[in-house]
Design a protein around this ligand. Structure first.
Ligand SMILES: *Cc1c(COP(=O)(O)O)cnc(C)c1O
Length: 237
């Protein structure tokens, strides 16, 4: 077994326990394996271990990595997630690379995505990123504006809004991050109740290596996990 496969099994065990504690079905919780700053070969190992959802933070890095990956493994079937900030000048590339974009946090970006989908005759699957921690270093719409932004985005052609995403506060104790996840879940429930066109609150993307068990307890069904699967990142990549 590769180290990544062993790590994956350990993470699955933690997910099962957290799901059990909170009365949830672990099969309804997906892992997005975050391979940023890890090579294409790590993605292959993750895939061989059974991970199919792959997350990347940067469009350029992902483009290069996936090109290499598909050259060496043309039959690989992964679902590609953009989890990092998206600049409008990378929208076109991002739309062609990624299956789900987790980081839509402004009407400006939504309009750029929408325009590109119309031009290309495609649809974009997106999540609205919410800054639930109040940390100014983080992207995301503030919680007070998340419902209005979602309603505005829902009016734009070509966008399928499939849920919400947040990055929990960077705090030493996972338990301290819980309020961020509660905020996201409540927003998701409030938005679902509005029954907006093109909006389906099916994904709650929250929880990373340090806090995914708390996120599960608060309803997460897409966990973005890097370090616990791949080990420490290599900033030189
Ligand atoms: C890097 C990253 C992750 C994964 O972080 P780990 O702590 O390594 O699990 C998750 N979400 C986002 C948005 C990230 O940038």
């Amino acid at each position: 077994m590769t180290e990544i496969a062993a790590n994956y099994h350990q993470v699955l065990e933690c997910i099962a326990q957290a799901a059990h504690r909170s009365g949830r079905n672990p099969e309804q919780i997906q892992i997005v394996a975050v391979s940023k700053m890890h090579p294409a070969s790590a993605v292959v190992q993750a895939y061989d271990a059974g991970l199919v959802h792959i997350g990347e933070s940067k469009v350029r890095e992902a483009e290069d990595k996936f090109t290499l990956l598909f050259q060496s493994h043309p039959d690989i079937k992964i679902v590609k997630h953009l989890i990092g900030h998206l600049q409008t000048n990378k929208v076109k590339t991002a739309l062609h690379i990624f299956d789900l974009i987790h980081s839509v946090d402004s009407l400006h970006l939504g309009k750029a995505l929408s325009a590109e989908t119309v031009k290309a005759g495609i649809q974009a699957n997106i999540l609205v990123q919410v800054n639930t921690s109040g940390e100014i270093s983080k992207f995301g719409v503030i919680p007070e504006q998340a419902i209005d932004l979602t309603a505005e985005l829902s009016q734009l052609p070509g966008l399928n809004i499939q849920g919400l995403m947040t990055i929990g506060a960077f705090l030493p104790e996972p338990e301290q991050v819980r309020p961020c996840f509660v905020t996201l879940r409540q927003l998701s429930e409030n938005i679902a109740a509005l029954r907006l066109d093109n909006v389906e609150m099916k994904y709650l993307s929250m929880g990373m290596t340090g806090d995914f068990e708390i996120a599960i307890e608060e309803g997460a069904n897409l966990l973005r996990i890097g370090t616990a699967l791949f080990g420490e990142r290599n900033p030189a990549l």
